[in-house]
Design a protein around this ligand. Structure first.
Ligand code: ADE
Length: 256
């Protein structure tokens, strides 16, 4: 899969592709990437890429001409082209799975107040927001989107890890522990060191349900959940819900 990132600040993005799991995926030929500096497509003397907003208002917009040329060279809109923007569709795991099936993806990073709408109308296929907050940098949002997508490609991460993580089952992931079994008087739940796989699976599902109830209750109304969830949910509620970190009060299931 090839990512083409269109940005005014390729140096922000480069480090991400040159470290850790992504670096290995690139070295293994699973992922390719190209960083396109939009300014290379601005042909005036000052290589100007932004301008004031028609109708007034604060901030500057990315001008259409350099963007149009850069996106045309990147094959947009025949190549699926994501514009990361706080006014886009809210990104989620299902969208990441959908994008991960493409062999090529363009990602356009906004700066300033945004992008001339004519470019969105003609070159962009998907407007994506990573959350209900505003970042100063589209590059950071683009990396979030790339990260969620590329790790779903075959060979990048083990299938088992993908199946167990949050959202794969529709629930938040259960708590996990490693050695030592007792740390500073805090003990790992006995069941996890018991070797009883059925009990461990049950404990994990129950912990997932309890955590989801506390932090993301809206996820529990989805109809794709494991069939045991209903009865476990009743049990969890009877027992007083999730223990928030930093408190031993089992009754606290709301916000901090
Ligand atoms: N650019 C600035 N804020 C953003 C957000 N929340 N999502 C995507 N792109 C953005």
């Amino acid at each position: 899969m090839k990512f083409t990132i269109l940005t005014l600040f390729p140096e922000i993005v480069r480090a991400y592709f040159e470290a850790s799991v992504m670096k290995r995926a690139v070295a293994a030929g699973l992922i390719e990437y190209e960083l396109v500096n939009i300014r290379d497509y601005a042909y005036d003397r000052h290589r100007k890429c932004d301008d004031e907003v028609f109708g007034g208002g604060a901030g500057m917009l990315l001008k259409p001409e350099p963007l149009d040329r850069a996106l045309e060279a990147a094959g947009a809109p025949s190549v699926r082209t994501i514009f990361v923007t706080p006014s886009g569709r809210l990104f989620n795991q299902r969208m990441a799975q959908d994008f991960s099936r493409e062999e090529r993806l363009n990602i356009l990073c906004g700066r300033y107040e945004g992008v001339d709408q004519r470019i969105i109308d003609t070159r962009v296929t998907d407007e994506v927001s990573i959350g209900d907050y505003v970042l100063s940098s589209g590059e950071v949002a683009a990396m979030v989107v790339v990260d969620a997508i590329y790790r779903l490609r075959p060979g990048v991460i083990s299938g088992e890890s993908l199946e167990e993580e949050s959202f794969a089952s529709g629930l938040l992931e259960y708590p996990q522990y490693t050695r030592p079994a007792v740390y500073d008087t805090m003990q790992v739940p006995d069941v996890l060191t018991s070797g009883n796989h059925a009990q461990i699976a049950r404990w994990r599902l129950k912990a997932s349900v309890a955590k989801t109830l506390a932090y993301r209750p809206e996820l529990l109304s989805k109809d794709n959940l494991p069939s045991e969830v209903d009865s476990i949910l009743r049990e969890v509620i009877d027992e007083g819900g999730w223990h928030e970190p930093g408190t031993s009060d089992p009754g606290r299931t709301g916000q901090k």
